[in-house]
Design a protein around this ligand. Structure first.
Ligand code: ATP
Ligand code: MG
Ligand code: MG
Ligand code: MG
Length: 563
């Protein structure tokens, strides 16, 4: 490819709307252009990167017995009504009607679709296990689409679904996908961590998120430097709370800001910090709210689930909860909550403070409560967390570290959640009907590209990991008017491409400074400069983008050095 022909419109200035570096660099390097909030065109350079990431994903999925297929993006409402997710998914789902007024959505995910697909044709244990995947646009009407490709409303995802005979089979599928993900992100040249995440209503220890470590990451992650333990912060808090409840490792109460706040809230409520109180969320005509109540009231068993920065809880019995709420005398609240399900819980004051602080966001806060006045210090993102640096690891007790990450993938054991409701069963060896055990495994392909830039850049621009670089090398003749230089540049360009080193030739009639700047901005791993010295000394100058190292290789043997 010659740069006079490549469609990669670079920008000198950083566009004002781009807050994070990957977004800025993708706009500046001519990788993407915005169509609407969270909706982008991928220009040729970006598309090459995406296809490389996809190729790595395909190889690793196929190695684990994955079979690629392609399901419709447009999905009929009936599928989602069957599992109840038509309403649960809420505003994040893009919905549309056909000319007959029938409801459809643009797939945010495909559990309903694939389970329905598989159940129609899989009858026998002999047809299992089955691992099916696709790479496709997904649609989620995110509340705050932002940061370019990081949180898009249309984005590319690889989603694989596994179907097994039993939980042992699911365990194997899960482990294989976990291993495949480790390979994929390693091959992409990324620094990442697989962290335990909260499986929510499904429960169990059945989910990990793959986090690319980056300052700009939206997720806080916790890891132990002396054992393997790593979790996202929500899960780490649950783990810490569990550890505390089991009195294995009591949390040390020191005067950290979080603890001070817990004390203040406890005082406000007239309870001790480890005392269990009731929290409950319910629907009102103004939307869902979370309420906190004083006193002991019998409520149903519940399970903890953590979403959208608030503690929410899986529903036990909606009617009973409604009645319980109506009769509660000590109601304090409400707190706005992002979920539209009715939930109820026993929370320790610790957990509750976390929920309260999580809810104290500019657009989501406790009605009639002034955080500054009622809780001492104003709540900042940094101190809403109960887990902090140096807290004890729940496994080995060593000091925990807290860092930030970008969720690029997640693996999830669904067990029979979908197969039971959708009646995806098979006949086992004894002719007995059994629900398939399922797992789902997603990778944000477009987000992975953005995450790669977050992790690999400098002042000058992108530093692509070689495996996913749009091109491996650029050949820059210092003067495009100098025929001898151009001829030599052409020769090197052709030779490199013949060696399958994907190379572009900067044949533009530009000043060398402009060409060098663009080369650094776009981030080709190698830059080969052809100038008067190349001709005089018969040496090829090769600069490594990542290290800045400059090598001079003899003109008649340089290929061996580069390949
Ligand atoms: P997040 O917590 O960031 O909202 P998620 O947990 O909702 O992501 P999953 O349902 O686990 O996302 O989807 C699988 C993968 O798809 C995620 O790990 C992420 O890499 C990617 N992804 C999810 N939402 C988006 C988005 N809005 N834009 C780009 N990629 C996304
Ligand atoms: Mg999400
Ligand atoms: Mg997530
Ligand atoms: Mg996820």
């Amino acid at each position: 490819m010659r740069l006079t022909q490549l469609y990669a419109p670079t920008l000198r200035e950083t566009p004002a709307e781009a807050e994070i570096i990957s977004h800025q660099l993708m706009l500046r390097a001519g990788l993407i252009r915005k169509a609407a909030g969270g909706i982008y065109s991928y220009l040729p350079l970006a598309w090459r990167v995406l296809r490389k990431i996809e190729a790595i994903i395909r190889e690793e999925m196929d190695k684990k017995g994955g079979q690629e297929l392609l399901m419709p993006i447009m999905q009929p409402a009936e599928l989602w009504l069957e599992t109840g997710r038509w309403s649960v998914y809420g505003d994040e789902m893009f919905r549309l009607k056909d000319r007959h007024n029938r409801d459809f959505c643009l797939g945010p995910t495909h559990e309903e679709m694939i389970t329905t697909l598989v159940k129609a044709d899989v009858r026998s244990y002999r047809q299992l296990p089955l691992r099916l995947y696709q790479i496709q646009n997904k649609y989620r009407d995110e509340i705050r689409p932002r940061f370019g490709l990081m949180r898009g409303r249309e984005f590319i995802m690889k989603d694989l679904y596994s179907f097994d005979r039993d939980e042992d089979g699911l365990e194997i599928s899960y482990q294989q996908m976990y291993d495949a993900y480790t390979k994929i992100f390693t091959r992409c040249g990324l620094k990442f961590r697989a962290v335990e995440a909260d499986a929510g209503a499904i429960g169990g220890s059945g989910t990990h998120e793959f986090m690319v470590v980056a300052e700009s990451g939206e997720a806080a992650i916790v890891y132990c430097h002396s054992c393997e333990y790593a979790a996202n912060v929500e899960k780490a808090e649950l783990n810490a709370i569990t550890a505390q409840e089991e009195q294995l490792l009591p949390l040390t109460i020191e005067d950290t800001p979080a603890v001070k706040r817990i004390r203040a809230v406890a005082e406000f409520l007239g309870v001790s910090p480890d005392r269990t109180i009731k929290a409950l969320a319910y629907q009102t005509d103004k939307g869902p709210v979370l309420a906190l109540v004083r006193g002991d009231h019998e409520v149903n068993e519940i399970k903890l689930q953590n979403q959208a920065g608030c503690l929410t809880l899986a529903l036990a019995d909606e009617k009973a909860i409604g009645e319980a709420f109506a009769s509660l005398p000590g109601f304090i609240g409400p707190i706005g909550l992002a979920e539209d399900i009715t939930v109820i819980a026993d929370l320790t004051v610790m957990q509750m403070v976390n929920a309260v602080c999580g809810a104290n966001q500019p657009d989501r806060h406790w009605v009639n409560v002034n955080p500054g006045r009622d809780f001492g210090a104003a709540v900042t993102a940094a101190d809403i967390r109960l887990i902090q640096e140096d807290d004890p690891c729940p496994r080995c007790g060593a000091a925990l570290r807290v860092t930030r990450g970008i969720e690029v993938g997640q693996v999830f054991k669904l067990y029979n959640k979908y197969s039971t409701v959708l009646k995806a069963t098979y006949l086992d060896e004894n002719g007995k009907d059994k629900p398939m055990q399922m797992g789902c495994y997603g990778i944000g392909v477009s987000r992975t590209m953005a995450a790669a830039i977050e992790q690999n850049h400098d002042e000058q621009g992108i530093i692509w990991p070689v495996a996913i670089a749009p091109y491996a090398a650029v050949v820059v003749p210092i003067s495009s008017k100098d025929q001898e230089q151009m001829a030599l540049a052409e020769k090197i360009y052709t030779e490199l491409n013949l060696q399958n080193i994907e190379t572009v030739l900067d044949d533009r009639n530009e000043r060398p400074g402009v060409k060098f700047k663009d080369a650094d901005l776009i981030g080709y791993p190698l830059k080969i400069t052809v100038g008067p010295k190349t001709i005089a000394d018969r040496l090829v100058e090769v600069k490594v983008r990542r290290t800045g190292q400059v090598h001079h290789y003899p003109l008649d043997g340089y290929l061996n050095n580069i390949a």
